[in-house]
Design a binder for this molecule. Sequence first.
Ligand code: OGA
Ligand code: NI
Length: 338
Amino acid sequence: MKEDKHSRWFELEYVPEDYIFSKEDRPQNLDRSVCYSVPVIDLENPKAAIGQSQPVEEILKASEEFGFFQVINHGIPEKTVNDAMSVLKEFFDMQSKDTAGIIPHKKGYIYTSSTDFVKNGVHLWRENIKHPCHPLEECIHLWPDNPIRYQEVIAAYLVEIQKLSSRILEMICEGLELKQGYFKDKSEVQLLSSNFYPPCPDPSLTLGILPHHDPSFITLLYQGGSTGLQVMKDGQWVNVGANPNAFVVNIGNQLEIISNRKLKSIEHRVVTSTHETRLSIATFVNPSPDCIIEPAKHLVNDLEPSLYTASQYKDYVHRNNAFGDYTTAIQNALRSES
Ligand code: OGA
Ligand code: NI
């Protein structure tokens, strides 16, 4: 490592031992070509305006087949997104060698750098900041105040995410033929988790995020124009195409439960790159804590019995340590219950 005070844990020409995953955990296939592309859905499709609810059908189909889709013409101003990306980039750039080696828990956020041990003492090739977002007015002051614009810019971003996620949940509600407004008082944009993945000297040894399922209703992810996100499809890791105009949306475990596994919460991970820096913003739209999550009654019948038992969301989170170290804990959570 360069010894000036600005050098960071990732500025090395080799992968340190404690970042090397065991053979079984390493990414086997690093082909970054997009083989099946995750469906890209245009929310302003003109056919929708004349009463044909085409995005609804596309969203349902993608959620059944992939558990993932991308939305374009989503209505979130480009400036709001670019501002959020640049303020997060500044935040990560400000972290120095001095903050590596500890996990600062400031009142309302967690920042992890190279202390992020995830499996058998191995680190992920990333830095991460997480903080709660709901209710916005009560959380905003707990977030980083440096960069100085952080709170204002991220709050503006979250207001837009709230609107877009409500729209998407409404479409899912229509597609599943649930009661209108089913998710309205049940869903909250509860958590923001942003990841900074620096270039890595040898991506075959490391991972940005281990394979996991999200514990949310849905997750909205902005990944700029970068690659590295992979989803499991028919037993293979498939690359999600980079589209700076799109948000990636995925179905989380709670929606898989409500839909009685009609919609799929699919495993995903992030691989590293020798040349590309990846910055992502994941926002988790979750049930409110007291909400009871169980398969919707009309999706359960003699032929399709309920695959899950009812559980309050807060108990689910507690049982599965879902947002503690959810990247590892969640893998065991849902599937072992059903
Ligand atoms: C997550 C996640 C992907 C990314 O935070 O759950 O899957 O690109 N993030 O950071
Ligand atoms: Ni995820």
